[in-house]
Write a protein that binds this ligand. Structure first.
Ligand code: NDP
Length: 404
């Protein structure tokens, strides 16, 4: 049905390649392109072994718009699935515009020198994509991604009005390292150490990172975890697209060892993003730290336990107050068994594949730049169930609250 180019051969790119290859009737021609072609080749070998599908590989520097445009022009894919780093979002969007190719990513653009996590750079492409008759689908991972769709789905099927949203991301997995990140260390640490922002009555409230925490018990025996309030990019688009929401917050679980190491690294300046002169060289502390930490794509064989990511929504139905929780539980070891990756890469890569499928099958194909929640949630939710991320909706006591 469609030719796709996946850009980025990291933990997430590997899962996207495996999952697309599992659906050869939809993804009829798959190329995995990245800066380091040997990583693409290793993933292609695994894809062939696990699925029997031969995918192509290519060396691409996605920071180079002209070279990427020439490449896309020669290949003429239907779309690019961008799972490189957020720094490449705009250059890839530019190359897609120049060559008439649809676009999808899993994380919003940020400039290298400021950890901002804001959509305005990409939303500014709205007119260009609309005029070109192309779709750009932003944030098609799990969070952002599935969490945005969960919110739309709950609103559509369970509520008349929604009033508050808490996105709760629990990783109950253990990889045995004292400190490691489950996806790109630089992006992960920039996200976690940024000031916390949440929304109340349309206003952005800023508080120190991790200064609010709660205890949350996940369903189905996944366990009870300390969750910490963070800023996460989907809050911005959900606040814009659901103006009726009075309060939007994002929470993530962290273990004590992770927090202890992060605090020390911050205190000594190792998480800084400003270059430091060292022995005649400019070194960015967080980039040096990322080099020392375990590569997230190597965590797969060591990680045991489950993730539980979901949306807790409060609102009303037929005049009565209601609380629903839509969640997805994913087992690290089962993911490794299926595609050779841990659950964080898996839960990101599967929605990226499904988002691409939504465009290819024309469920969500429309000119412009869109966040996930601006689409009909039903075909996406059905595909999550079918392709590895089954979810549940449960009703909680109407007065249930993370604060109670
Ligand atoms: P990795 O660091 O493991 O992989 C990134 C890949 O992108 C690497 O293969 C890297 O190449 C490649 N790359 C970097 N720069 C360029 C460039 N200029 N041109 C071409 N390729 C390049 O990251 P992850 O796989 O962990 O994460 C991928 C993306 O997924 C990130 O944007 C991350 O923020 C996002 N993400 C989204 C989540 C969600 O739920 N929405 C959750 C987790 C991650 P090289 O090997 O040469 O370094």
């Amino acid at each position: 049905m469609a030719k796709v180019i996946i850009i980025g051969a990291g933990g997430v790119g590997s899962v996207v390649a495996h999952k697309c290859a599992q659906l050869p009737e939809v993804f009829t021609d798959i190329t995995l392109a990245s800066r380091t072609v040997s990583k693409c080749e290793a993933i292609a070998a695994s894809v062939l072994e696990k699925t029997g599908t031969q995918i192509k590989t290519a060396q691409i520097d996605a920071d180079d718009v002209a070279a990427l445009s020439d490449y896309l022009d020669a290949q003429k894919p239907f779309m690019v699935i961008n799972v490189a780093l957020p720094y490449q979002d705009l250059t890839i969007m530019d190359a897609c515009l120049a060559t008439g190719v649809h676009y999808l990513d899993t994380a919003n653009y940020e400039p290298l020198d400021t950890a901002k996590f804001e959509y305005h750079w990409q939303w500014a492409y709205q007119d260009k994509f609309e005029q070109a008759g192309l779709t750009a689908l932003l944030g098609s991972g799990f969070d952002p991604g599935a969490t945005n769709v969960f919110t739309t789905y709950l609103k559509k099927h369970f509520f008349d009005t929604i009033e508050s949203l808490d996105i709760i991301d629990v990783n109950g997995g253990n990889h045995g390292f004292a400190f490691a990140t489950n996806f790109n260390p630089e992006i992960n640490i920039r996200e976690i150490t940024a000031d916390c922002r949440h929304y109340e009555n349309g206003e952005v409230i800023t508080t120190p990172a991790m200064s609010e925490s709660r205890e949350f018990t996940c369903p189905e025996g996944v366990g009870t975890y300390n969750i910490y309030r963070l800023y996460h990019e989907e809050l911005e688009s959900l606040n814009k697209n659901f103006p009726e929401l009075k309060k939007l917050q994002f929470w993530m679980s962290f273990g004590d060892s992770y927090l202890k190491h992060l605090e020390v690294l911050q205190n000594v300046g190792m998480t800084g993003i400003e270059p430091v002169e060292f022995q005649g060289q400019q070194i960015v502390p967080i980039q040096f730290l990322a080099k020392l930490l375990p590569d997230p794509s190597t965590l797969g064989p060591r990680t045991k336990g489950k993730t539980c990511i979901g949306c807790l929504v409060k609102g009303t139905k037929d005049g009565a107050p209601k609380t629903y929780y839509c969640y997805q539980i994913c087992d690290h070891e089962a993911c490794f068994e299926e595609v050779g990756s841990q659950a964080i890469s898996y839960t990101t890569g599967v929605p990226a594949m499904i988002g691409a499928k939504m465009l290819i099958e024309k469920h969500w194909l429309k000119p412009g730049v869109f966040n996930m929640e601006q689409n009909n949630p039903d075909p996406f939710m059905a595909d999550l169930n079918q392709y590895g991320l089954p979810w549940q909706v449960i009703e909680l006591d109407a007065d249930f609250s993370l604060d109670s």
